[in-house]
Design a protein around this ligand. Structure first.
Ligand code: COA
Length: 258
């Protein structure tokens, strides 16, 4: 792969880095394809969490590649959007938690990648925004759908309609990011969260993510039924016996994901 690097840590945490620094990690079809391919490979390896970040000090991802979009036909643009939808769905639908470590510009498609993750950590120099309408287009990598769901329609629409950039503190205040850390610390903070997750029962975390995702998709009665089923299913696992047994025996649980 030319633009995406994946490191698999012994802590069970995989770090996917988008690395196209001369273009501030802007997303052309090849970058998006590589993100999707890497996430698919990771899915079969079952890490405990996946972190997505951008290479270099300046940008997470400065958006879709405007120079390449400039010459796209409508059908090519549709294909690009669909490619991105499929790749980003592998983040929010990933069986394991995904965390964006936002280390600089997260504009357009960059903001949309962050939105597709379960958790977002931003360094204090991070800048978020949807500049698309200023280019005569709209956020086409899920922004019009995920931003209203995450931060509410009124705030999302203001950001999308104005194209205004906001800093990390404001992003935190409106619920776009979970945590703001010092410059250069986003990846280590995200790794800290991923390691906290990795200390828990892996099947429990997976089922909890699947259940929490349902909250966005179905009515509450159906969601609660799903939750009860997943809750019951976990009682068939060795992890549940180990986790509850360890509490009773006053020792640390050793989960095996079985
Ligand atoms: N698409 C294509 N190229 C991009 C890009 C994008 N989204 N974002 C940055 N780049 C390129 C620049 O063209 C420049 O390339 P060059 O050196 O070959 O000219 C390089 O990355 C560095 O960017 P530059 O604009 O010189 O840096 P800056 O510090 O002056 O500004 C930004 C940084 C992020 C404010 C500015 O690059 C920008 O506004 N980018 C576009 C953001 C955007 O609209 N994204 C949504 C697209 S739908």
């Amino acid at each position: 792969m030319d633009f995406v690097k994946v490191e698999r840590g012994e802590n069970g945490v995989a770090v996917l880095t988008i690395d196209r620094q001369d273009k501030l990690n802007a997303l052309n079809p090849q970058v998006v394809e590589e993100i999707g391919q890497s996430l698919l490979e990771l899915e079969s390896e079952a890490p405990r969490a996946v972190i997505v970040t951008g290479a270099g000090e300046r940008a997470f991802v400065a958006g879709a590649d405007i120079s390449e979009m400039n010459s796209m036909s409508p059908m090519e643009a549709k294909g690009f959007a669909e490619l991105a939808h499929a790749a980003l769905a592998l983040l929010d639908r990933s069986p394991v938690p995904t965390i964006a470590a936002v280390n600089g510009f997260a504009l357009g498609g960059g903001c949309e990648i962050a939105l597709a993750c379960d958790i977002r950590v931003a360094s204090e120099n991070a800048l978020f925004g949807f500049p698309e309408v200023g280019l005569g287009i709209l956020p086409g990598m899920g922004g019009t759908q995920r931003a209203p769901r995450l931060i509410g329609p009124a705030v999302a629409k203001e950001l999308i309609f104005t194209g205004r950039r906001i800093g990390a503190e404001e992003a935190h205040r409106i619920g776009l990011v979970n945590r703001v850390v010092g410059e250069g610390e986003a990846l280590s903070a995200a790794t800290g969260i991923a390691e906290e997750i990795a200390a828990n029962g892996p099947l429990a975390v997976r089922y909890a993510k699947a259940a929490a995702n349902r909250a966005q998709d179905v009515d509450i009665i159906s969601g609660l039924e799903y939750e009860a089923d997943q809750f019951a299913l976990l009682f068939s696992t060795e992890d549940a016996r180990e986790g509850m047994g360890a509490f009773i025996e006053k020792r640390k649980a050793a989960f095996e994901g079985k």
